[in-house]
Design a protein around this ligand. Structure first.
Ligand code: FE
Ligand code: FE
Length: 296
């Protein structure tokens, strides 16, 4: 039974907290509509691609599309855990998080149907084996464990898989690589506009993940830090493999993509997050908040 309310008992909302700051940003920058993006030029550009180029681009898009679907379907157990603990500010932000993932599914679906030649066909054979391991097995497993038992260790494993690896390494590297190559060739302006907006949304999601993991480490100590580290280490190889497998079948990688640059970018993202959470081992919640706000 509930006896009191944070918003009516004098406590109020902690508007200076990172989740509320991210919520303010989400209300300002997260309200774009995928349906408003003009794909006229994209349709012309797709017709000009060679067979290898269109397959390569579609492999990336298909993995983005399925990945956005996976994170939309899998997020709820984490939101439920946060709500159960009465963390109102975090749940307020998480409403925008789930809505944004739905928007990402919506946008890729529009692009596939209106721009590509793959509408109404299955393109799942383009998903590489390590991708299937992460998105079909490890991600839903980590999030479902929170539904069964929302312990701090299960929450940290879920957020590490979801926010640090899937979003922080895979999505960020994929969007960085595709955006860069389309930009340098000055093609697919609609897709670039979409990915540019999506990257902004993702940066808020990852910032929340860093906050959540840091909070769980600060509140629960060494055991949770070790679970975080263990999960990162378990997922590093499969995550790097997704990047490698997506390029390995091409003798000459289409669009002149620099594979070393992508590998370094992925590794850099991984190490950046590991270092940030490591710092939280010796911080209290106020210090974590202050540090993360300074990064904004
Ligand atoms: Fe997304
Ligand atoms: Fe996301």
């Amino acid at each position: 039974m509930r006896t009191t309310y944070q918003t009516t008992n004098g406590t109020g909302l902690d508007r200076s907290s990172l989740p509320m700051r991210l919520w303010e940003k989400a209300k300002k920058y997260g309200i774009w509509n995928p349906a408003d993006i003009d794909f006229t030029q994209d349709k012309l550009d797709f017709k000009k691609l060679t067979e290898v180029e269109s397959k390569f681009l579609m492999q990336a898009i298909s993995q983005f599309q399925a990945g956005e679907e996976a994170v939309t379907l899998d997020l709820l157990p984490l939101i439920m855990a946060v709500a159960k603990e009465g963390r109102l500010e975090e749940e307020i932000f998480l409403t925008s998080f789930l809505w944004e993932e739905a928007k990402h599914v919506d946008g890729f679906n529009r692009w596939i149907n209106e721009v590509s030649s793959y509408a109404g066909t299955s393109h799942e054979s383009l998903h590489v084996p390590s991708y299937n391991l992460i998105f079909n097995e490890l991600l839903p497993k980590a999030l479902n464990a929170v539904k069964e038992d929302p312990s701090p260790i299960n929450q940290v494993r879920a957020s590490t898989t979801y926010n640090m690896i899937v979003e922080g390494v895979l999505a960020e590297t994929g969007y960085y690589g595709i955006y860069k190559v389309l930009d340098s060739h000055n093609i697919f302006p609609g897709l670039r506009e979409f990915i540019g907006k999506l990257k902004q949304d993702e940066s808020r999601h990852i910032a929340y993940g860093i906050y959540l993991i840091s909070r769980l480490v600060a509140e629960n100590g060494e055991e949770v830090w070790e679970a975080f580290q263990d999960q990162m280490n378990q997922l590093l190889m499969p995550a790097m493999q997704v990047v490698i497998e997506s390029y390995s079948e091409y003798e000459v990688v289409p669009f002149g993509i620099d594979v070393d640059d992508l590998n370094q970018y992925a590794m850099g993202q991984f190490q950046k997050r590991l270092a940030r959470v490591e710092k939280a081992r010796n911080q209290n919640l106020a210090e974590i908040d202050a540090d993360l706000l300074a990064l904004e």
